[in-house]
Design a protein around this ligand. Structure first.
Ligand code: ADP
Ligand code: MG
Length: 408
């Protein structure tokens, strides 16, 4: 599993080399066409700067949103090129196609240290099919391939999987960028060798998307705290009234068997915040979990639960958090997520390793200004979950192993 990284490439290999870098520039685009939260762009800067300073010629590729295999002007990467150029403090040329003669012209004209960003890879029908023709076309631009798109590493697409193999077939290396390396290091440590006590905190909207990770983590974790809407499905399995709360009926049996398996490892909410609707200004109240009114829905964990989860976190040495504790997008229901985030920051200060995965969880903690105060905030939602489940990520598996690289 030890993958070669850009740091394993020598200065002479990099100088003047055309390097295709798969980045994750899947950022929100605002109504006025500008980039919203640019965390994902910033996260790639260390790799890009290293390559620029080494005199490489950079060809950047990324997807953005979900265009249906054809161009969609609203999902163009053009605004990202502008933002990246501001962040780097140097020009970034944008090309309005992913492959083709214009793209080739721009690549051929690249100077040492120059950067070109190609158009959204998902404008190409072949991207999601891992089409060899698209992979070959991308590979034809480059001498080397770097994957720094951790958030897309769980997908075997042309720009994450096929292209790496094609570059290698042409005699080049395919290595991890610094961001991917950092993700693998942090998540790998939690997965393979967590210092104990190891506490997992899971929440979010759906139990179904996270059932595999619950099952994978349950044997490894010393405690597993469950919040968010996920807790409701467990309440139902315990025979409690859940009112109009979000419950996944078809997962109640599964929740029941998890309860049986887990014993006292599983720490469920004791109380919840209920509301008449999921909106700012809704009428809300804190109630014990066995007093959820029929006409109300649980939208956050309650104060006693916050205290309980904080106690569990107090002596944790490793914490993995995925999924907000409530509907944090609405301030009145953000308290549970905020307090758990604070407890995580406290644990970090006491020397615990704290890792947060999940797109919404990452957004929540960033919005609360605590992103820098935990050990690692993963940029990969689905990818970090699949990694924690023990699955092999195709975009990582395809990269050169470090030992084969040293041998050549
Ligand atoms: P992540 O992206 O961190 O993995 P998810 O996508 O699983 O998290 O879930 C995030 C969503 O879960 C948020 O939009 C949040 O509003 C919602 N959520 C959390 N708790 C509840 C709840 N009690 N009822 C309904 N939705 C909830
Ligand atoms: Mg999400």
């Amino acid at each position: 599993m030890d993958k070669a990284t850009v740091e394993d490439l020598s200065g002479s290999t990099l100088r003047g080399a055309r390097v295709l870098v798969r980045v994750d520039f899947n950022v929100p685009i605002e109504g006025d066409g500008s980039v919203g939260d640019d965390t994902r762009i910033r996260a790639t800067l260390p790799t890009l700067r290293l390559l620029i300073e080494s005199g490489a010629r950079l060809i950047l590729v990324s997807h953005l949103g979900r265009p249906k295999g054809k161009p969609d002007p609203k999902l163009s990467l053009r605004p990202v090129a502008d933002r990246l150029s501001e962040l780097l403090g140097s020009p970034v040329e944008f090309v309005g196609e992913t492959v083709g003669s214009e793209a080739k012209k721009a690549v051929d004209a690249l100077a040492e240290g120059g950067v070109v960003l190609l158009e959204n890879t998902r404008f190409q029908g072949g991207e999601k099919e891992n089409d060899p023709e698209l992979a070959d076309a991308l590979a034809s631009f480059a001498d080397l391939y770097v994957n720094d798109a951790f958030g897309a590493a769980h997908r075997a697409h042309a720009s994450t999987a096929g292209v790496a193999e094609a570059v290698r077939r042409n005699g080049g290396s395919a290595v991890a960028g610094l961001l991917v390396a950092r993700e693998l290091e942090a998540l790998g440590r939690v997965r393979e060798n967590p210092e104990r006590p190891f506490v997992a905190i899971l929440g979010g909207a759906k139990i179904s998307g996270k059932i595999d990770v619950i099952e994978a983590l349950l044997p490894a974790a010393d405690r597993m705290c469950i919040g968010g809407a996920m807790a409701n499905t467990f309440f139902r399995a315990m025979g409690l009234e859940t009112g109009r709360s979000l419950v996944e009926e078809d997962r109640v049996d599964m929740a029941r068997s998890l309860l049986d398996q887990a014993g006292d490892k599983l720490v469920l909410p004791i109380d919840v915040v209920v509301a008449d609707r999921v909106e700012a200004g809704a009428e809300s109240a804190e109630v014990p979990r066995d007093e959820i009114p029929k006409d109300r829905m649980a939208v956050d964990i309650g104060p006693e639960t916050i205290e309980r989860f904080s106690e569990v976190l107090a002596d944790a040495r490793t914490v993995l958090w995925n999924g907000p504790m409530g509907v944090f997008e609405i301030e009145a229901f953000a308290g549970g997520t905020l307090e758990v985030a604070r407890a995580l920051v406290g644990a970090t200060k006491r020397g615990a390793m704290t890792v947060i995965g999940g797109g919404d969880s990452a957004a929540a903690i960033t919005g609360m200004g605590m992103a820098e105060k935990v050990t690692h905030l993963s940029t990969g939602g689905g990818a970090s979950l699949e990694f924690m489940e023990g699955k092999e990520l195709p975009g990582i598996a395809v990269l050169d192993d470090r030992d084969t690289m040293e041998a050549t």
